[in-house]
Every structure is written in C-alpha cells, then in structure tokens.
Design a protein around this ligand. Structure first.
Ligand code: HEC
Ligand code: HEC
Ligand code: HEC
Ligand code: HEC
Ligand code: HEC
Ligand code: HEC
Length: 352
C-alpha cells in the first residue's frame, strides 16, 4: 500500500503495522470487496500519525455507527471517492452529496441541500445581503463544524416520558409488523426527532468553539463571549446540571416554527432576539408565560466586564466589597481571639 509510508517509529505506526498483519492473516481478506470497510476499520489499533504529527484514529466502532442516524447509509455512500480496496487516501466528505436512499414522501434522492439553503439565509452565511463574500468568511461554520455523527436518542412515552426505548410501545408495533429491524429503525427515527438531539450543554459547547474565541469575536464585531456568558447565567448553570427544560441557544436564537438553522443577527428585525421581539421569547408558553416584556431586559449574555455589562459589573463589585468588607474584619477578630486563647501571655513587645 503506497499510502503506508512509515515516517517515524512511534507507537501508533507500530500498532498500525500490527493491525495490518492481523488483517492480512485473516483468511477472508481475499474476498475483500467494496462495502466491507469494517474488515479493516473494525480494528481499534488502526491509526496513523499525520503530516502534522497528530494521531488519527481510523477505527470505526460498529455498535456506535449502527446507533447513528446514518446507520442505513453505506460507508461508500459518503466516502464516494473510495472505489477500490486497498484504497488511496480519502477525500473530505461532502455532507450535501446525493444519497442512494430515497425520501419516501417525494421519492426523490435524498440530500441535505435544503439545509444549506437555510444556513445561507442565516447569519452564518458566508455572503452578505448583497451577495458579496463577508470578511473573514473562513470563520463561518460549515456543517461539520457544528455537527459530529448524530446518534439516535429515543424517548419512551407509553405511560410516562423518559429516556430510552419503551418496550411497551415496541410490543404494540410487533403485533402488526413482523420485522424487528423495521420496528426499531422507525421507532428510533420518529421518537428521536420529537425532541432535541442534543442537550442544552452540548449545543452550547458546539457554539463555544467560535463564540468564545476572542479573535473571532473581535473580527466580527460581536460584543460578548456568548457561550461563556450563557454559562454564567441561571440558564447556563442549570444546563450544566443537565436540566433539559432550560433554554438552549436555539430556543432564543431561532423563532418558533423556523428551521433550526435560521439563526439571525440581533440587528435583523426578523430575528427572535431583535429589540422588538425579545419579550416574546421570554414569555413563551414553555418558559415564563406571564412575564411582562420588561423581563427581556435581563442580561442573558452579561459578563463581568465594565465596558460590556456596566450594570452587572457594578452590582457584582458592590457584592464583592460588601462580602469582603464584612467577612475579612470578622475573620481578623476571630484570629486575634484565637491567638489570645492559645497563648494567653503572648506579647509583641517585651515588658521592661
Ligand atoms: C484492506 C483494509 C482496508 C479496507 C477494506 C478499507 N480501509 Fe480505509 N483505511 C485502511 C488503512 C490502512 C488506512 C490508513 C491509511 C493511511 O493512513 O495512509 C485507511 C484509511 C481510511 C480513511 C482515512 C484516510 C485519510 O487519509 O484521511 C478513510 C476515510 C477510510 N479509510 C475509509 C474507508 C472506507 C469507506 C472503506 C470501505 C469502502 C475502507 N476504508 C476500507 C484500510 C482499509
Ligand atoms: C454520513 C456520512 C458518513 C458515513 C455513512 C460514513 N462516514 Fe466515515 N466519515 C464521514 C465524515 C464527515 C468524516 C470526517 C472526515 C471528513 O470530513 O471527510 C469521516 C471520517 C472517516 C474516517 C477517518 C477518521 C479520521 O480521523 O480522519 C474513517 C476511517 C471513516 N470515516 C470510515 C468510515 C467507515 C468504515 C464507514 C462505514 C462503517 C463510514 N466511515 C461511514 C462521514 C461518513
Ligand atoms: C465556526 C464558527 C461558528 C460556530 C461553530 C457558530 N458560529 Fe455563530 N457566528 C459565527 C460568526 C463568524 C458570526 C458573525 C457573522 C457575521 O458577522 O456576519 C456568527 C454570528 C452568530 C449570531 C449573530 C450575532 C449577532 O447578533 O449579530 C448568532 C445569534 C449566532 N452566531 C449563534 C450561533 C449558535 C447558536 C451557534 C451554535 C449552534 C453558533 N452560532 C455556532 C461563527 C460561528
Ligand atoms: C451553527 C451551527 C450549525 C451549522 C453550521 C449547521 N448545523 Fe445542523 N443543526 C445545528 C443544531 C444546533 C441543530 C439542532 C440540534 C437539536 O435539535 O438538538 C441542527 C439540526 C440539524 C439537523 C436535524 C434536522 C433539523 O433541521 O433540526 C440536520 C439534518 C442538520 N442539522 C444538518 C446540517 C447540515 C447538512 C449542515 C450544513 C449545510 C448543517 N446542519 C449546518 C447546528 C448547525
Ligand atoms: C394495528 C397494526 C399496526 C400497528 C400496531 C403498527 N403499525 Fe405500522 N403499519 C401498519 C400497516 C397496516 C401499515 C401499512 C399501511 C399504511 O401505510 O397505513 C403500516 C405502516 C407503517 C409504516 C410506513 C411504512 C411505509 O413504507 O410506508 C411505518 C414506518 C410504520 N408502520 C411503523 C410502525 C411503528 C414504529 C409502530 C409502533 C410504534 C407501528 N407501525 C405500529 C400497521 C400497524
Ligand atoms: C434566554 C435566551 C438566550 C439564550 C439561552 C442564548 N441567547 Fe444569545 N442572545 C440573546 C439575546 C436577547 C441577545 C441580544 C443581546 C442581548 O440582549 O444581550 C443575544 C445575543 C447573542 C449574540 C450576539 C452578541 C453580540 O452582542 O453581538 C450571540 C453571538 C449569541 N447571542 C449567541 C448565543 C449562543 C452561542 C448561545 C448558547 C450558548 C446563546 N446565545 C444563548 C438571548 C439568548
């Protein structure tokens, strides 16, 4: 294999050689045809060190892959350039490629192209209103910068709602449908889409790689470390404790009923966080239904920073001084008292 140049004798290259030996000593390798990618990629040791010296793990865990939303897509369905085995170095996968799977209600070949259109209408578009490429357009997220391989996250709601597959509901499907595969696939497919595929903390983490990056913030004139400041508020703190009812980034940045990718700038009058619309998100039926529009004045992205959030800054400083100002003298008195108790005759100056 031409691509297996051994550049340095490191542990990973050693494991790679070992796993290749294992592979080629397995008799059925001779029948290696396209489609049997796991023949090699099932070995946990399959890895190499790339040009930049970073370890790349090329192992695919079959169980995890089979629980992913892409389980029905063949490896070559995404890795289109791999046409023969052994194969050449792979090209990057294009998430917008057309799939061999057909969307059942339209019978058209399935693709994610429509999502690209929504992203192009959102603030994350690489082009501005006049169709000109934005400055630093390389900072704008592509599909793979927000997504990793999504896993099914089914819910059970036969009597009560909880995480996981409901055996009771499944047994009902079984009374009419005979193939277990079919039932599991559709059960997972439908239920995992009736709620968020990620919890609020995961979503915040996926945005933080850019929205907490000071260089990106400066280049695009944003005013806050958005994910960090979210983490500082009640919302973010509850998210850290895995509360799923708490608003995540999308609950506030995407209008109800819009596609999940249509996040807009706060300057855009259509945006959910535009001055005029802000009040409505807080007062949404799932959140603070009886709140007055004034609640939206609460700084959901305030930071401990004088120029960004002066009101919160002085408020916090006041409390630091108040707590420090009362506690420190009190602790001093307790300490002096303790010294007197332990050493009743202690003196700083000697008596004459
Ligand atoms: C005969 C064993 C074997 C089979 C079968 C195989 N691969 Fe690989 N694959 C490898 C090895 C070895 C590497 C590491 C190559 C390297 O690092 O230069 C690799 C690397 C890769 C990479 C990363 C390449 C890169 O340079 O970024 C992808 C993607 C990949 N394989 C996908 C597939 C797919 C999809 C299939 C099935 C159509 C498949 N492989 C079948 C052995 C195999
Ligand atoms: C839904 C599309 C999709 C399917 C299906 C898929 N992959 Fe991938 N694969 C990707 C993407 C995206 C990457 C990330 C690298 C990139 O952008 O090309 C990747 C990366 C890889 C890598 C390289 C990992 C690395 O660190 O560079 C290997 C190896 C690989 N895939 C093997 C497989 C095998 C084997 C299968 C079938 C069991 C498979 N893939 C199925 C989309 C897919
Ligand atoms: C790869 C980097 C990147 C990722 C990941 C990313 N963004 Fe952005 N985002 C940007 C950039 C750059 C801008 C500025 C766009 C501009 O100036 O036109 C932006 C702008 C925004 C704005 C508009 C700010 C305003 O009012 O002007 C919102 C809202 C936003 N992003 C939300 C999110 C959310 C929510 C996520 C996570 C689901 C996310 N972004 C993930 C790079 C990213
Ligand atoms: C700014 C980050 C971001 C970018 C860029 C992005 N996505 Fe998403 N995507 C999300 C979030 C967040 C969700 C909602 C996840 C949830 O419901 O838990 C989502 C949901 C989805 C869904 C589920 C259906 C839906 O609409 O809710 C699909 C499919 C999807 N994205 C594909 C893509 C593709 C393809 C691209 C590239 C054209 C892309 N995404 C670009 C953040 C992003
Ligand atoms: C009372 C019998 C019955 C039960 C229970 C039942 N189904 Fe069905 N299902 C059918 C029949 C009959 C059809 C085909 C006729 C139709 O499309 O309405 C069907 C169609 C479907 C289809 C559409 C298939 C296609 O290709 O169009 C899906 C998906 C499906 N069922 C999934 C499920 C799941 C998941 C469950 C359990 C939560 C379930 N069904 C429970 C009888 C049932
Ligand atoms: C409770 C609602 C809410 C949540 C949750 C929320 N935001 Fe915001 N966001 C807003 C509002 C409202 C604004 C408008 C500015 C302001 O009032 O602070 C805003 C502003 C922004 C801006 C523009 C900052 C600027 O001043 O230029 C970005 C970027 C942003 N949010 C990203 C995110 C990300 C990423 C998350 C998740 C980690 C998130 N938001 C969570 C309501 C929210």
């Amino acid at each position: 294999m031409r691509e297996l140049k051994i550049t340095s004798v490191t542990l990973p290259t050693f494991t790679l050689v070992l796993s290749l030996l294992m592979i080629f000593l397995t008799p059925d390798v001779y029948s290696a045809d396209i489609g049997n990618c796991l023949l090699c990629h099932k070995y946990p040791g399959l890895s190499r060190v790339d040009e930049k010296g970073k370890l790349r793990l090329l192992y695919i865990n079959e169980d995890i892959f089979n629980n992913s939303v892409h389980a029905k897509v063949k490896c070559e369905g995404c890795h289109l350039d791999i046409q023969k085995i052994p194969h050449d170095p792979a090209k990057k996968v294009d998430c917008l490629a057309e799939c061999h799977i057909k969307e059942p209600s339209s019978e058209q070949k399935f693709s994610h192209k429509d999502i690209e259109k929504t992203v192009a209408m959102s603030v994350h578009s690489k082009y501005d209103k006049d169709g000109k490429e934005k400055k630093f357009s390389e900072d704008l997220p592509t599909c793979k910068e927000c997504h990793d391989e999504p896993l099914y996250r089914p819910i059970s709601f036969f009597k009560q709602v909880r995480a996981g597959i409901s055996e009771l509901s499944l047994s009902r499907c079984k009374s009419c449908h005979k193939k277990e595969d079919f039932i599991y696939k559709f059960y997972n497919h439908v239920t995992s889409r009736m709620h968020r595929t990620r919890n609020p903390l995961n979503i915040a983490e996926s945005c933080s790689r850019c929205h907490d990056d000071l260089q990106i913030i400066k280049r695009h004139n944003l005013s806050a470390k958005a994910a960090f400041s979210y983490g500082e508020t009640f919302h973010g703190k509850a998210a850290r404790f895995m509360d799923e009812r708490i608003p995540d980034c999308l609950d506030c940045h995407v209008k109800k009923g819009d596609a999940s990718h249509l996040m807009l700038s706060k300057e855009n009058p259509e945006s959910a966080i535009h001055e005029k619309n802000k009040g409505k998100i807080c007062a949404s039926i799932d959140c603070h239904p009886s709140a007055s529009p004034k609640l939206a004045k609460y700084g959901v992205h305030s930071e401990f920073s004088l120029d960004r959030s002066p009101a919160q800054y002085y408020f916090t400083v006041f409390f630091i001084i108040l707590t420090g100002g009362t506690l420190l003298p009190l602790m001093g008195i307790i300490l002096l008292d303790l010294i007197r108790k332990l050493f009743p005759n202690a003196m700083i100056r000697r008596r004459k």
